[in-house]
Design a protein around this ligand. Sequence first.
Ligand code: BG6
Length: 471
Amino acid sequence: MSKFPEPFLWGAAAAANQMEGAYDADGKGLSIMDVMTAGSKTVKRQMTESIEDGVYYPNHVAVDFYHHYKEDVALFAEMGFKCFRTSIAWSRIFPDGDELSPNPAGLQFYHDLFDECLKYGIQPVVTLSHYEMPLGLVKKYGGWRDRRVVDFFTRYCEAVFTAYKDKVKYWMTFNEMNALEFDTWRTAGIQIRPDENRMQVTYQAAHHQFVASAKAVLLGHKINPNFKIGCMTLFGRVYPETCNPLDVKAADDMMAGMLAFPDVQVRGEYPQRLLKQLDRQGVILQMEQGDLEILKKGTVDYIAFSYYNSLTQTGSRERAEKAKGNVVIGIVNSYLPSNEWGWQIDPMGLRLSMRYLYDRYQKPLFVVENGLGASDVLETDGSVHDPYRIDYLRRHIESLKAAICEDGIPTIGYTMWSCIDQVSSSTGEMKKRYGLIYVDRDDQGNGTLARTPKDSFYWYQHVIETNGEEL
Ligand code: BG6
C-alpha cells in the first residue's frame, strides 16, 4: 500500500470543556473544569471549591461553541472533514452526576450537534469523559476514589449510547487515562491530601476507571453491536538518553508505566510489572468479586492515542534538564527543537510510537490528537499566517503515512488537535492556540469570538481533498 486507505477518517479533535462554554446553560451542572482558574506558562491553574466572585474561569465561555456550533461545523465541512472528535460534557447529561435520569436539554444539544455533523457527512467520534466530570461527584463522593462513581458513569454511558446509537459509531472511554498518576484532578476529580499514600489513591481510582471502561465497552456492544469502542492513551515513544543500560532501563520503565493502562484495557488484565510495583509501594487494590472477569471481557476494539512529543529518559545522570511536554515529562533531547511552550517536536517519534503500539497489541490505531500550540496573530487584513503549524502537521502526517503505507499499520484515522482555537487544558490560556480556525478571544476574556480560518485551514483542506497525497 503506498497510499492512505480509503475511507480514512481525516478530521480534527476538541473537548467539550475547552470549547463549548455555556457552563451553566440549559440545566448543565458544574464540572471539575468550571472551577479551574486561568494559568499561564509560569502560573499553574488552581481549582476553587466553587465559583468565586472576581475570579476568571476561562472554560465558562471558552470559545462558545455551544452557541456557534452551526457556523463551526460548516467550516469543518468546508475543510472536508470526514470526522469530528469531540467529547460529551457529562455534566450536561447528569448535572450533579448521581441523578436517576438524564437532563433532556443536555441530550438534545448533542442530538443537534451530531445531526449538524451528519448533514455534511461528518462522523462524530466521541470521548465519553475528556478531562471532565460533574463537580457534584467530587463534592459528594470524592471523585473516582469512590466505587459508586462506576455506577454513575455506567448510567451516563447507557443514556448517551442509547440516545446516539444511530449517530455515533466510534467511541472512546477516558481521555488520556494514563495521565492519572500525573494529574489526578483533570483525570479523576481527586486532590491528594498530604497524609495519603498517593499511589494507593491513584491506582484505586484507576481500578475504578478500568472497571468503568470495561463495563462501558460491554454495555455499548450490547446497545449497538456495531459500535467501536476504544481506550484513549497518551503516548510518546521513550528514548534512552544513551545506550548506557541504566538509561535504557529508565526509558523502559517509563514506557511500561504509560502502557500499563492500555495493557489493562486491551489485554483485559493487569501487567505483572505494575502489580509488583504497586505491591512494593504498599498499594492494596480493593476489588469486587467479578471485577477481573469484567476487565477480561470488556476489552477495547481499537487504541486511540494522542501524540505531541516523544520522551527521553536517563537513569544514569542525576541532574538532567527536565523537558516540557504533554503531562508525562522526561529530560531534554538535544536533537530536537521545541515549540514556544518548550514541548519538543519529533515527527519521527509518531511513526516509532505507532510501530511500538501495534507491535505490542495488534489492534487498529486511531491518532486522535497531534498538533502545535502557538501564539498566532490575527493580521489587520484578517488573515492568520501559521507556517510553523503547517510544517509541524506536514511532517507528522508524512510520518503517519510511512507508518501506514511502509510499516502496514492498520489505522482508522487522524484527528489533529485542533479544529478550532480553544482553552488550553494544562495552562488555561487562549494564547496557546492549536486551531485551524482562529477565535477572537484573549486570556482576559476579551474579544468578539469571531472565527477566522488560518492558512493551515486551507492547507489541511487540500490534504483531505487529496487523501494525504499532497502535503
Ligand atoms: C491533550 C489533551 O493532553 O493535550 C487536550 O487531551 C489538550 O485536552 C491537549 O488540550 C494539548 O494540551 P494543552 O495543555 O496545551 O491544551
